[in-house]
Write a protein that binds this ligand. Structure first.
Ligand code: ADP
Ligand code: MG
Length: 340
């Protein structure tokens, strides 16, 4: 039997980093959410080889003051949360101050940032949490992160990176979700200098959907009408009966403007439309749920993929009725316009 010993600092950091940073797409998600939290109206994501070679995220948000650029990479360093009570009323995407520390622990990362009030931009470069370089430089207002050599010091993780192809798919999914949630932000995503997607940032959800999925999808959506009688209100779009898919890939759910997978929501939506759809087909749905922040716990999953609701039955009921009512309102209106 081996003896028990305390792990060294760097090993602890690498293990903890693995909880947050699983693959290139998780880096992209964390950096994009930081840009959203920084109030950016433009976010440009450019990756090479599906993010395995390089990930660049550039925003025009608030920037990070020169004297905080290194602090931002410290573990549990955050400007978004100061006490546990703040978790009950969270509006920002980030809150644990773990992402940048995790990314720095397992990659070579460069940060270039300039708050508008600061005369010069500042640049810091880290690898495996060690600072390699820091200096003033020239750059526009906002922040740019460049992440290279992801998992260079975690061979087990590196080995399991998928092919470029499946990584870019995962990244595309992330940016699609973020762009749907933040219709006021103009996103671009490119891989090996080829544009993959672009959204207008005009604050109109339907035109974001159109930019992402084309008019074939956008023209066949029914608006979901919010019913204020529920604690949880739904808005967004549900696909007409002539717009279905053979998988659940086009069911997008957002809770307080964050994308989540949720079995309860999924079941409620599918039950609400099942009478109208052919069997073994799935709806196209862009469903945005709004509820008071203290009725939902977003802090249950390290990568924030799951939520916990205060009452699953209430969530089911609210989603089911609002989606179903919107769907049947449309059918009724159609019947009135075109009597048999
Ligand atoms: P968290 O987002 O949970 O606070 P992060 O490790 O992701 O933790 O980021 C640490 C801090 O660095 C943030 O709280 C924020 O103050 C700053 N920061 C990170 N990215 C940006 C950005 N793009 N623009 C402005 N500030 C940023
Ligand atoms: Mg963050």
């Amino acid at each position: 039997m081996a003896h028990i010993k305390q792990l060294d600092e760097q090993t602890i950091k690498q293990i903890a980093a693995g909880e947050v940073i699983e693959r290139p797409a998780s880096v992209v998600k964390e950096l994009v959410e930081n840009a959203i939290d920084a109030g950016a109206s433009r976010i440009d994501v450019a990756v090479k080889q599906g993010g395995i070679a390089e990930i660049r995220v550039q925003d025009n948000g608030s920037g990070i003051p020169q004297n905080e650029c290194l602090l931002a990479f410290q573990n549990h360093a955050t400007s978004k949360l100061s006490r546990i009570d703040d978790l009950n009323n969270l509006l920002s995407m980030g809150f644990r101050g773990e992402a940048l520390a995790s990314i720095a622990a397992v990659s070579h990362v460069t940060l270039i940032s300039k708050p508008s009030a600061q005369e010069n931009a500042y640049m810091v470069e880290l690898q495996g949490s060690e600072v390699l370089k820091q200096q003033a430089c020239a750059a526009n207002n906002g922040t740019q992160f460049i992440v290279r050599n992801l998992f260079y010091n975690v061979p087990a993780r590196y080995k399991f990176l998928k092919k470029d192809n499946s990584e870019i798919q995962a990244i595309t999914r992330i940016i699609t979700e973020e762009a749907l949630a933040a219709a006021n932000i103009a996103f671009t995503l490119s891989n090996n200098d080829k544009i993959i997607l672009q959204t207008p940032g005009n604050n109109d959800r339907l035109s974001v959907i159109q930019a992402l999925f084309g008019t074939e999808v956008a023209d066949k959506l029914l608006p979901i009408e919010s019913d204020p009688n529920f604690t949880l209100t739904c808005s967004g779009y549900i696909g007409r009966a002539d717009l279905t898919r053979k998988s659940r890939r086009m069911e997008y759910f957002f809770v307080n403007n964050r994308s989540f997978a949720s079995n309860i929501i999924l079941k409620a939506v599918e039950a609400a439309v099942q009478d109208y759809l052919m069997t073994r087909t799935f709806p196209v749905a862009f469903l945005f749920l709004d509820l008071p922040a203290n009725l939902v716990d977003v802090n249950v999953h390290p990568r924030k993929l799951e939520v916990r609701f205060w009452n699953d039955n209430e969530v089911y009921r609210a989603v089911y009725h609002q989606v179903k009512n919107s769907f049947s309102a449309y059918l009724q209106a159609q019947a009135t316009n075109y009597p048999p």
